[in-house]
Design a protein around this ligand. Sequence first.
Ligand SMILES: [Mg+2]
Length: 227
Amino acid sequence: MKKDHIVFWDIDGTLMHCGSDGKVALNATFADLYGITDAFSSAPIGSSTDAVLIGDLMRSFGISENDLEKIHEHYHKTLQKVLAGDRKKRILPGVLSLLDAIDARPSHKSALLTSNLKIGAYAKLESVGLHTYFKFGGFGDEPVEKWDVAEQCIQAAEQRYSTVFSRNQIFLIGDSDYDVVSAQKLGINSIAVATGWVSADRLLESRPDYFFEDLSETSKVLKILGI
Ligand SMILES: [Mg+2]
């Protein structure tokens, strides 16, 4: 059977919690390589891709674009270390059951949709054992908005599975109003979950199609996903 439903998952605050590990690793990278302290402390992490954040910072400190690969490598290693030492990181409620149920359905496919660099996204997922659920997705490696990344990802999935996904059979589960807005721009279903940094009130103001305090009511979520 062809895949005809895609479930996009945000990572931080949706699939898992790993506190400020991403920011800690980015700050450590710029401190180690350039002696810049607290570089990302006021950056809008979560509402802009990592590529935009890193690019803006490199420009503001006059760092050459040629250093990008070195920065990515250092960030990857540092993030893996920070995650390994984080005893509080965890998978959020309901997530494992939902991923297993989606995996078991030939018609459904989970995909990532995150502002994290791809290397950062997989480092986070691997640290809690979730990486095996995701074979493809959209990442924050390009300086574009999340909905643009998702659009490219949908097109790639259509090629991969030789099908055309109807927009009402695509879902985006996320913990921020940015996720809801991204889904609205794409004309796909938004499922907001208040397990991240954004308050339930602010999430509801963004008018998601569905809202949950957390994803522990898995049967309700699966019904929405058509499972
Ligand atoms: Mg998030």
